[in-house]
Design a binder for this molecule. Sequence first.
Ligand SMILES: [Zn+2]
Length: 211
Amino acid sequence: MRIYDVSLTISPDLVVWPGDPDVILERVQKIENGDLVNVTQLQMSAHTGTHVDAPFHYLAKGKTVETLSLKLLTGRAYVVYLPDADLITRDVIEDAGIPPRTRRVLFKTRNSKHWARKNHKVFNTNYVGLAPDAAETLIQRGVKLVGVDYLSVAPYEDLAETHNVLLKAGVVIVEGLDLSQVEPGRYNFFCLPLKIAGADGAPARALLMGV
Ligand SMILES: [Zn+2]
């Protein structure tokens, strides 16, 4: 069975959200220096690369990432391909052909081309995100997990509302997926954020497997 790794590679070359710290991977023990082992120290935001947003990211009393349900983070998912969308609205969702009873939706947009480029270190403010009315429509349809292929589920000009709508409804947000190698359709999805106490988010390894 084919496994699609839809996670970004964490490295100092990875684009980060404006104002977030750059990724620093520092080898603090080195075999070549006579140490017994190599040990790397990681320094990065909880929202680096492919990651999950916990409700606490936007809600002062929201749940933190280590408490998110693994049942929501794993299971059947539907990949929607929207090559022409600049903004995902209610109308776009209604025309997207998402099967009824879909609980996890991953949106493949022109954003995914970004990850295929050699140099994607420059942050692109013109990425495709979900408008608040799209978030509301997904919730009405019973969607419990929303995944996107850039670093935020919401458009750059209006970050708060889409996040608030989804997180208040208990919808899990997965950001920074690389869906460039994946055809639209049904998959089994596995998204495993690191279990970091009290965190507003966490980097995750995310996989799709054929059903
Ligand atoms: Zn985030």
